[in-house]
Design a protein around this ligand. Structure first.
Ligand code: CTP
Ligand code: CA
Length: 237
């Protein structure tokens, strides 16, 4: 179902979408990775192009997704490469959608040769925090370095825990990141990762909270783009 596929409300708009997961190498054959399929980000990139946008897709590792037709695709492997590519492409973008699943940490050192069992085997893997790309974009814009970028969209996959429910965590993430829109997927058993359906919320920096009812990733994409378009038309949040 692609209810808004024919709406041409993004003609001439430059949109940057990141999608898929990053992999952080540990040695020549191993990495730290995540289960992102890239499907949600690809759906947004594809639909934005159908709605007329000039889309740049920065893609990490995905579940074997075909490159969407008629848009520029830049491949990245690590969070560091993703940051470099996003920072470069964001300069021209009017809206940035950070759907990529960015590794929060990388192994502090990458072994030159394969790590072997035996006397020298490690019992822990020291990790170093990766830079927060989304927060960096928000900072750059605040500092006046992204004059073209009026909309910055973040994603969050959240579960409830002892400190609060999904919405509570999502509201504080939106405040912490400072983006204009946060797309929140409620994750739990069988939800969000590697499946074709999501549910969650769209939280706006203006305090708006819209439920995203259970639907396909194409439908989710159209909801996200509807919200993005209305922010773009208002000239940003
Ligand atoms: N993100 C990013 N750079 C990072 C980590 C995350 O740009 N190093 C972006 C993601 O692309 C996403 C948003 O930030 O749009 C939220 O990611 P998430 O992992 O939910 O946020 P974190 O701040 O890493 O919080 P957590 O500790 O819950 O993982
Ligand atoms: Ca994270």
């Amino acid at each position: 179902e692609r209810p808004d596929a024919l709406r041409r409300d993004l003609v001439g708009r430059k949109i940057l979408v990141s999608a898929g997961g990053t992999r952080e190498p540990l040695d020549p054959v191993r990495f730290l990775g995540n289960r992102s399929s890239g499907k949600q980000g690809y759906a947004i990139a594809r639909l934005a192009a159908q709605r007329g946008a000039e889309v740049t897709l920065i893609a990490g590792y995905t579940a074997d997704l075909a490159d969407p037709a008629a848009l520029e695709v830049i491949r990245i492997r690590t969070a560091g490469e993703l940051k470099e590519a996003v920072d470069k492409a964001a300069v021209a973008a009017e809206a940035v959608v950070m759907a990529a699943a960015v590794a929060d940490f990388r192994p502090s050192t990458i072994a030159d040769s394969k790590i072997k069992k035996g006397a020298d085997e490690p019992d822990t893997i020291p990790l170093t925090r990766n830079e927060d790309i989304l927060a960096g974009l928000v900072r750059s814009r605040r500092d006046g370095d992204l004059p073209n970028t009026s909309v910055i969209v973040g994603f969050a996959a959240e579960t409830g825990d002892a400190h609060g429910d999904v919405l509570t965590h999502a509201r504080s993430k939106l405040a912490r990141k400072g983006c204009d829109l946060l797309v929140v997927n409620a994750v739990g058993e069988g939800k969000a990762f590697e499946v074709d359906h999501n549910d969650g919320w769209l939280l706006g920096a203006d305090g708006s909270e819209t439920a995203l009812e259970y639907g396909s990733k194409a439908l989710m994409a159209s909801r996200v783009l509807d919200a993005l378009v209305s922010l773009l038309e208002r000239g940003g949040a």
